[in-house]
Design a protein around this ligand. Sequence first.
Ligand code: AMP
Length: 450
Amino acid sequence: MSTFEDFKIKKQLLSAIAELGFEKPTPIQEASYSTILAGRDFVGIAQTGTGKTIAYLLPILQDLKFSDQPQPRVLILVPTRELVIQIVKEIEKLTPYINLRVTGVYGGTNINTQKKAVAEGLDIIVGTPRRLYDLALTNVLRLNSIKKLVIDEVDIMLDFGYKTQLKNIFDHLPEKRQTILFSATMTTYVDEMIDGFLVNPIKETISISGTPLDSIRQESYAVPNFYTKVNLLNHLLKDKAVYGNVLIFVATKVNADRLAETLDFKHEISVIHSSKEQNHRTHSIQKFVDGTSRILIATDVIARGIDIEKIAAVISFDTPLYPENYIHRIGRTGRAGQEGRSILLYNEKEVALKQDIERLMQYDIPLSPFPEEVKMSSQLTPEEKPKPLVPEEPSAKDAKSQVGASFHEKSAKNSKVKAEKKSYKTILKERYKKPLRRGDKIQNMKKKKK
Ligand code: AMP
């Protein structure tokens, strides 16, 4: 365990830290300081509350030399106005003994006032993507002097639909720069962003400790498809004594809306995801909190920013792609001495994801038998329908065989199924059972001999 003195940071910063009452660096601060200071691209997977803001501010402030150049050298992008204000405040608290110019910019306020602040000269600019880009277009703000870019809460940023704005901002930034991303969870978008805009980043994950296993009764059901999952939920949620209030997590906005439309109990359901208006979201949450709606359907990222606890049951309708998300999800139930309940529904493609979760928790989620009275559905959502690789539609018979009950038998045995993408060559090979290349032929022969 290191101390802030071990970081060899400048006196002015050390004094500020001491005055803030910070005794030692948090794990994410320890993990990121020297990498960020060395100028490497960096990805930090850490939640709010881990000290992640100071984790990137400290090495940035340590490295920033005095300058009176007018255009900023550090750009910090965050998803909300509240975060802009908070980060500017943290910077100010860290720099009472350093000569540093910082300003925060965000929408919903007069752009001309912000233009004036930018024109006075800046070292660090903190902003939300849209307003930041609008300012860059006016030419009052020039982004070609940016040496360090931080994108904080990347997952929320992408869930709020800021992808295009971020891309536009990237186009205005110098290629030679340091890029630092922070996100509470990994999502496919975050992955894409890392691939697209970072160079050999160092990645640090602050894993969640203290899984609240003891107070949460976890179970899982093997369910082959969306509509059978709906049938099962309709069956379970009838028991209002057990399912007094329920938070249902889904992987996508499409699934959130589809589930809300298909489930019974229409008048008891609220839905929140990032495409819903802020007003709608606030209203939905309020209804859930005051008990007007018993069931809240949400996507992971949108639910995280919301303070809802003490929920009787958390249902993972879709198995999360990243195991940390499962821990976030179930942490919503079983608080304050009550026993919580977590139910995970998984289909054949989600088996490997479930195993990732179990590995992270070092706990196998007990499998509950699929209730006999619940009907299996053979109906598939457009996403579940098999995608033709060759330009021919699969026959109805093929589609039906995908739904089959055989999965149940396999799942019951907890078999390992890997959802893998097959190459076109492999598919042809499997279909025609012929070797495609000389090497394949030799391999096949060897196999036969065994
Ligand atoms: P964050 O995760 O950046 O939202 O920070 C959460 C809170 O922890 C903030 O109030 C910080 O001021 C505080 N904090 C950050 N670093 C430390 C530290 N090393 N020791 C104690 N508190 C800290």
